[in-house]
Structures are given as structure tokens and as C-alpha cells.
Design a protein around this ligand. Structure first.
Ligand code: B12
Length: 307
């Protein structure tokens, strides 16, 4: 796989000028395109990094470096390569979550947004897991192993994302709805909110509406976010939202953002919402992330319609 000098520099955490210098000195093999641009084979680059004792992420993938780099570049164009999806599944099953964390760092360096990685790659991996489990090709233990390994990655990601929380930033209360045990979507949203500068009061799984509102009141949060999957009946999702709004009727106005695979069905029942103007539905973390970033940046906070 051939890389530009710029891509090679990104992978070695260095400047393009160093790549040029190493190539000119003959330490790093390179070819030249007809247009006069340098091209470096990924295999040569990793061999050079190893021989030079560089501590760079691209070495973490070992023989999977090409799958990882090619896969991240394809993700940038919105496509998941089957090879990357398969590699990620194997890493997760084989206690190699650190490789998935390295992949998230690589994606960031190559300017692939985290929401895209979550929606397309991790979402795709878990969808496959669900399908394999449903047709009996995957045991419950294997499904749990995958989920826990992804959560390991997300907890590590969260610790990093919290560095971005802005001083004095508003709080978002986040969790999964009552009787909802699927927490991965909420954990992803948690990292995205922190990256976007929001403070998050994360309540975890199966949270009663009263407790969402309790934290909303304690923190004066302008937003309650929760995750509801397809395993929850849509009318229950609507009931939960209405209950939140009712319990919070004495508090400062807040909006409700609901995401997860239960959203498409719940959205169809929007007419049963008591205050539809305060409720926002999201089917992907990409859609949500853009909205959360712009809400914070413009301070046009999420409850516009209320005022
Ligand atoms: C892992 C898993 C579990 C794990 C969860 C572990 C954990 N700690 O989270 C466990 C074992 C607990 C579990 C339990 C059950 N599960 Co389950 N589970 C799954 C599986 C394989 C993956 C779910 C997942 O995490 N996906 C990855 C995340 C990232 O995707 P996501 O949740 O859709 O989130 C994305 C977006 O929706 C969005 N998003 C999500 N939340 C939010 C929130 C906000 C605010 C925003 C903005 C965006 C957003 O962003 C995410 C990134 O794109 C799915 C298969 C599938 N296709 O989803 C089945 C699946 C959801 N489960 C299913 C079932 C049936 C169950 C059980 C009922 C099984 C049982 N008989 O006990 C229980 C229900 C428990 C409960 N009460 O909630 C079915 C539901 C089918 C249906 N129509 O009802 C599925 C679809 C499997 C299948 N093919 O049959 N499950």
C-alpha cells in the first residue's frame, strides 16, 4: 500500500520534512509518481519505524497495519472495509482492545471523525454480532465478550475526552431508559459530548425517569439524553419521554434528546408526545454530534422552542 509523504508523516507522528530527509538519505525507501510526488510503501514505513525504535501507533497493529490504515482511509469516504470489520471483531474477541484504541487514535490523526467510527465501524461490528447471535452462530458468552471489550475501549476513550470539557460548560444528563440494558450507544454519546466540551452526568443503564430529572435539577442541565434500543416497545419510549417532561415541569426548561435503534419506531409515534418541540430524535451519533457541537458553539441552546 502506497502512502503520500504527508500520510507517512502522520503515521510516524513527525513532519513531512523528516520523511523527505529520511528518503533523501536512503534510510526510507520511496518511489516517485509521474507527477514527481513521493510514494512510500507502508511495509517499508513500518520496517523503518521498527528499526529506528520509534514508538508509533502504526506498529501496534503488527501484521494488521495495512488493514488498519486502508480501513481508516476508506472510512474517511464513509465506507467500512470487510477486512477492517473482521480484524476489529478478532481483536475484540482476543483481548486486544488496545488495537481498537490505537485505531481510534489513527482515525483522529487521519481526520476521520469519531462519530463515523462509532456509527459505521463499531455499529457494524455489533450488528453482525447481534445477527450471529440471533441465528445461533454466536454464543451468549461471545456476545458478552465483544460488548465488554468495546466498553473497555469506550471507557479509555472517555478518560481522554474529559480533557476537552470546557470550564463552566453546561451539563448533560445521560443514561439508558428504564429497562434498557444496552449501554454502548450511551457510552459513545458520552465520549462525544465530552469531546464537544460538555460536562456529562452519566447515570449508566436502566435509569428511572425520576433520577434523570433529579440530576437535571441538581446540575441545571439544559439537556437530558437517553438511549433506547429496538428491544424497547416504541410506546414505552414515548411514555418515558412524557414522564420526564411531566416530572420536570417545575424545573428550568430542558430539552430531551433520544437516540438508539428504537428511534425510528418511536419517531412514528411523535404525535403522542406532550411537548414535541422539546424532544429531538437521533438515529446516529454523527447526526447528534453535529447538532451538539453547533448548540454549544452558538449557545443557541437546545430548548429554543420552549422560550
Ligand atoms: C450487545 C447486545 C446486548 C447486550 C448489551 C451489553 C451492553 N453492556 O450494552 C446484552 C447481553 C445485555 C443484551 C441484552 C438483550 N438484548 Co441485545 N443486543 C446486543 C447487540 C448485539 C448490540 C447492541 C449494541 O450495543 N450495538 C452497538 C451500538 C453502538 O448500536 P446502537 O445501540 O444502535 O447505537 C448507535 C445508534 O443507535 C446511536 N445511539 C445509541 N444510543 C444513542 C443515544 C443518543 C442520545 C444518541 C444521540 C444516539 C444514540 O449511536 C450508536 C452508534 O451508531 C444488538 C444487535 C444490534 N443489531 O443492535 C442486540 C439486540 C439489540 N438485543 C436484542 C435482544 C432481544 C436483547 C434481549 C431482550 C435478549 C434477552 N432475551 O435477554 C436483552 C434485553 C435487555 C434489556 N432489557 O435491555 C435484539 C432486539 C431485537 C428486538 N427487535 O427486540 C437485538 C437487535 C439482537 C437481535 N438481532 O435479535 N443485548
Amino acid at each position: 500500500m502506497l502512502l503520500s509523504s504527508r500520510q507517512a508523516a502522520i503515521l510516524l507522528d513527525t513532519h513531512e520534512s523528516s520523511i523527505k530527509r529520511w528518503c533523501n538519505a536512503g534510510d526510507l525507501a520511496a518511489s516517485t509518481t509521474s507527477g514527481g510526488h513521493r510514494r512510500i510503501d507502508l511495509a517499508h514505513l513500518t520496517a523503518f519505524a521498527k528499526a529506528s525504535g520509534l514508538k508509533v501507533d502504526v506498529l501496534v497493529f503488527e501484521e494488521g497495519a495495512q488493514v488498519a490504515v486502508r480501513g481508516v482511509l476508506a472510512l474517511r469516504r464513509g465506507r467500512v472495509t470487510p477486512e477492517l470489520q473482521e480484524a476489529v471483531s478478532l481483536w475484540l474477541l482476543d483481548a486486544q482492545s488496545y488495537k481498537v484504541s490505537a485505531l481510534l487514535r489513527l482515525a483522529r490523526k487521519l481526520q476521520v471523525g469519531l462519530p463515523l467510527v462509532y456509527d459505521q465501524l463499531i455499529g457494524g461490528v455489533m450488528k453482525d454480532v447481534g445477527e450471529s447471535w440471533a441465528r445461533g452462530a454466536f454464543r451468549v458468552g461471545e456476545e458478552h465478550r465483544m460488548s465488554e471489550a468495546i466498553l473497555d475501549v469506550l471507557y479509555a476513550q472517555q478518560a481522554l475526552a474529559e480533557q476537552h470539557v470546557l470550564h463552566g460548560a453546561p451539563t448533560v444528563v445521560l443514561g439508558t431508559m428504564r429497562k434498557e440494558e444496552h449501554i454502548m450507544g450511551a457510552m459513545m454519546v458520552r465520549t462525544l459530548l465530552a469531546e464537544a466540551g460538555w460536562k456529562v452526568a452519566y447515570l449508566g443503564r436502566n435509569v428511572p425517569e425520576e433520577d434523570f430529572v433529579l440530576f437535571q435539577q441538581r446540575t441545571q442541565a439544559p439537556l437530558i439524553c437517553f438511549s433506547a434500543t429496538i428491544s424497547r416497545p416504541p410506546e414505552k419510549i414515548i411514555d418515558s419521554i412524557n414522564r420526564l417532561l411531566e416530572l420536570g415541569s417545575d424545573s428550568a426548561a430542558f430539552a430531551v434528546a433520544v437516540g438508539g435503534s428504537g428511534v425510528p419506531a418511536a419517531r412514528l409515534l411523535s404525535k403522542h408526545l406532550s411537548q414535541p418541540g422539546r424532544v429531538h430524535f437521533f438515529e446516529s451519533s454523527t447526526e447528534f454530534s453535529n447538532w451538539a457541537k453547533s448548540s454549544l458553539a452558538t449557545e443557541a441552546l437546545v430548548y429554543d422552542e420552549v422560550h
